[in-house]
Design a protein around this ligand. Structure first.
Ligand code: MTE
Ligand code: MO
Length: 545
């Protein structure tokens, strides 16, 4: 065998698998594109990648989820989606190569993916019915057919490669066979592959455009919102609430910096003009359904409230403070006939449900005990950002977000803790979760190398609805020293603190603890975030030079 022939044989032995892999990829691309278009008609959340990702989130054990949130931060969702896409690409390539030998089985394998996608979509808590299976199903059928036909073009029985002259040897001499001589229908494959790629791209773009038009309507409805002046405005933030210290968290967290924790792979874009909220259930003598305008026409109150996530580690970033505008939830409930359990009410749990199927259970007693539980429509002077729950979310000062702060809310059902477990409770988190007294050192940062002398140690402390009364700092194993507290805005907000440390050279550990207004000192007992929030004290190690 000449070197040339050997060479062309090797090339051929690589070309076939490569074309099989390409066929698989094209089929996968077609599946996603078709699914995207169908999902735009059904519901954007029913598309396969979002559905599979969402189903994965639903099934992630809390420790893994905690780990993902910690390590990827709010990028965890992007990482998850990229992971799903990478897995799809690998499977598509494998199926394509496999189909070279087993054409029917390979094509049928594509259908299996459709089944997985459809099952994931139907399993989501926000699934609205069988139509959610359509994007994955239709996408898979189109992709299976495409793979079947593409592989067919690669299986045309031409002369065996070794007997045949290569196309290069006798170009033009056998016109009819010129595209078949390599054992495959080159022209047919190229035409079909190109057409499929172009059609998929077109379909995908059309799908994007359609779902884009829905979110543009939602964006327009947000742009049209004019927040009325609150009947009960919040007092100006006291001047002394904001210390003039660099690197301490600002008293009011700007919306763009406010932490975000939710299960939504795609931020729900709700059109406020068609949004409705239903209040019903146990002990509701006058059920109502309210529109966004109904809410805006009510008396609004404005309050500063600090929100905290149960997944926040000691010293972690999932806490923020904003100025919210909204309707007093307790008044609304009272109008519907709801009484708190202590006044003979029949329901002890309020279950809020969001457009994306999240369920959050809050104690009715807490919501109606006089604190400023809100159906919030505004955050820091603007309508809620989409990521933070536009058009309406719930907030209950003193409770962790997962038991109080339902974003994109659309339903409130009065029930009892005995009768119903909400989303997180089904996943090992506690039924009830008041916020734990906590404090955090914002500056100096861990492993900082400050100069000996005066070093400003500062941070925030929170114990919403009880209030912070004292913060103390300890250097190494020394005595607890009282920190200077910034002015209190309200007992529902965090409080900045600072401590002027006479730092001496060497390695030191700084530790902080807070005392809330009930006199309770922040415990040193370390617990994990699951089931009802991390406890323990925040420490920072620095080297003074
Ligand atoms: N619809 C919906 N609401 C939700 C959640 C969610 O996953 N979905 N997460 C809750 C949790 S765990 C927290 S801590 C807060 C976070 O609110 P933020 O993202 O506006 O900071 O929202 C709560 N409301
Ligand atoms: Mo949370």
């Amino acid at each position: 065998m000449t070197d040339d022939k050997k060479h062309s044989r090797i090339t051929r032995s690589l070309v076939r698998p490569a074309l099989g892999a390409l066929s698989g990829l094209l089929a996968g691309f077609a599946a996603l594109a078709v699914a995207e278009l169908v999902a735009a008609g059904v519901r954007p959340q029913s598309g396969p990648v979002v559905a599979v990702g969402g189903a994965a989130i639903d099934r992630t054990p809390p420790p893994v989820k905690d780990w993902a949130i910690r390590n990827f931060g709010t990028n965890d969702k992007l990482v998850l989606q990229l992971g799903i896409l990478a897995a799809l690409v690998l499977f598509a390539i494998a199926l394509g190569v496999f189909a070279l030998r087993y054409r029917r089985t390979g094509a049928a394998g594509v259908l299996l993916f459709g089944v997985v996608g459809a099952a994931a979509a139907l399993s989501r808590p926000d699934s609205t019915g069988l139509t959610d299976a359509l994007p994955s199903a239709v996408g898979a059928v189109v992709a299976a057919a495409l793979l079947y036909f593409l592989i067919g073009r690669l299986q045309i029985r031409g002369p065996a490669p070794d007997d045949a002259h290569s196309a290069r040897d006798d170009a033009g001499s056998a016109r009819d066979d010129s595209s078949r001589d390599a054992g495959w229908d080159r022209r047919g494959f190229v035409i079909l592959a190109t057409a499929a790629a172009a059609a998929s791209a077109g379909t995908g773009l059309l799908g994007r455009a359609l779902s884009g038009s829905k979110s543009r309507e939602a964006a327009a409805s947000r742009a049209d919102v004019v927040l009325p002046a609150p009947a009960s405005a919040a007092d100006a933030v006291p001047k002394g609430a904001q210390l003039r210290i660099r690197d301490v968290s600002p008293f009011t967290t700007p919306n763009k910096d406010f932490y975000r924790v939710d299960t939504a792979l795609v931020v729900p874009k709700v059109d406020a003009t068609t949004w409705k909220l239903r209040i019903h259930g146990k002990g509701v003598t006058r059920p109502v359904t309210l529109t966004f305008d109904d809410l805006l026409r009510r008396e609004l109150i404005e309050r500063d409230i600090t929100l905290t996530c149960v997944s926040n580690e000691v010293g972690g970033p999932y806490v923020g403070n904003a100025r919210w505008i909204g309707v007093r939830l307790a008044d609304l409930l009272a109008e519907c006939g709801v009484k708190p359990p202590s006044k003979g009410g029949r329901a002890d749990q309020l279950v809020s449900r969001s457009v994306d199927g999240m369920t959050i259970g809050s104690p009715v007693e807490d919501v109606m005990d006089g604190r400023d539980a809100l159906l919030a429509v505004g955050m820091n002077g603007e309508p809620l950002p989409f990521a933070h729950g536009f058009p309406v979310r719930m907030l209950v000062p003193g409770l962790f977000g997962y038991v109080s702060a339902c974003k994109w809310i659309e339903d409130i059902e009065l029930t009892s803790f005995d009768d119903y477990d909400a989303y997180w409770v089904k996943r090992d988190w506690a039924r009830q979760a008041p916020i734990k007294t906590q404090s955090r050192i914002d500056t100096p940062k861990p492993f900082a190398r400050p100069k000996a002398g005066s070093v400003m140690v500062a941070g925030v402390a929170w114990a919403q609805h009880r209030g912070i009364d004292k913060v103390e700092v300890r250097v190494d194993d020394g005595p607890w020293r009282e920190a200077r507290l910034a002015s209190e805005d309200s007992r529902d907000t965090w409080r900045q603190w600072s401590y002027d440390w006479r730092a001496t050279e060497g390695g030191h550990t700084l530790t902080v603890r807070a005392t809330d207004r009930t006199g309770e000192v922040q415990t040193e007992k370390r617990t994990k975030t699951v089931p009802d929030g991390a406890s323990g004290r925040h420490s920072v190690v620095v080297t003074v030079e």
